[in-house]
Design a binder for this molecule. Sequence first.
Ligand SMILES: O=c1ccn([C@@H]2O[C@H](COP(=O)(O)O)[C@@H](O)[C@H]2O)c(=O)[nH]1
Length: 272
Amino acid sequence: MSFIEQINKQRIKNNSMVCVGLDPFVEKMPIEFQNSKTGIFDFNKAIIDATYDVVCSYKPQFAHYAAIGQLDALKQTIAYIKKTYPEVPVILDSKRGDIGTTADMYAKEAFEQYNADAVTVNPYMGDDTILPFTAYKDKGVVILCRTSNPGAGVIQNIKSDGKTLFEIIAERASTVWNENNNVMLVVGATAPEEMARIRSLVGNMEFLVPGLGAQGGDVQAVMDAGLNADNSGLVINSSRGVLYASNQLSDFAQKARLEAIALRDQANQYKK
Ligand SMILES: O=c1ccn([C@@H]2O[C@H](COP(=O)(O)O)[C@@H](O)[C@H]2O)c(=O)[nH]1
C-alpha cells in the first residue's frame, strides 16, 4: 500500500485527521522521564499507546532528537510504532534537501535507516534534489510549500511574473514532482488564505498542516480553506499541545489522549 493510501485508510478507520508530533522537550516531561536514560523512548511509547486509535499518523521531528544526542530514541520510537501499530504511518520531519548525490543519502536515511513512511523535504534546491525521495514510490514525500512560521511570507509570498513562490512550488509539486502520486504539501494552519489558494491549484492533494495550538492556527479556518469535498486532503498536526497537556506521571498520557480527541472532534465538526 502506498503512503497516501495508508494515510487515507487510517484517517477513515480512526475518523481522525490528527497527526501527533513526537517532539521531545525533556523539561516539559514528567520528572520521572527526565531522570531516566530511556526517558524519551518511554515517554513516546506511553503517548503512542494512549493515542494510536485516535490519530491518523505520527510525526517525530528529527532535530529534537539529534540536538540532544537521542537519535537512538527516534529509531526506537519509529520501530515501536512499526511493530505495535503498523497501520499508523510515520512522517519523519527532517526537512531535507541537497544536491542529488546527497539527497540520495537523505532519502536512504529516512526510508532505510529510520524506516519512516514519509519524510519532509525542502524544495529550495529544485527538481534534482526532490527526485531521489520520490523515487521511493511507496513512500511519501512531504514538500514545504507555505510554512507556518511567522517569517514564512517574507520568502514564500514573493511574487515573480504574477505568481508567488508558494504557488510555483504548489504547481510544480502537483505536476512534475508528483508523477508517482506520492507527494504531499506542508501548508501551515497560520496561513488560511494561502491554503485556500493552494487548494485551488492542486486539486485533491494531501496537505500536512502544522501550526495549530501553540502557533495560533485556527481549526475552522483550516477546514474551510483546505478540506476536499469528500472530507479528505488534510492531516492536521499538533505536537506540544498534545504531548505536554500534563507533566504529571499519573495522568500525562491520558491528558494527551484527551487533547488528541478534542482536536479530532473539533476538526470533524467542520466536515462537509
Ligand atoms: O511549516 C511548518 C513545518 C513544520 N513544522 C513542525 O511541526 C511541529 C509543530 O509543533 P507544535 O508544537 O504543534 O507547534 C514542529 O515539529 C515543527 O518543526 C511547523 O511547525 N511548521
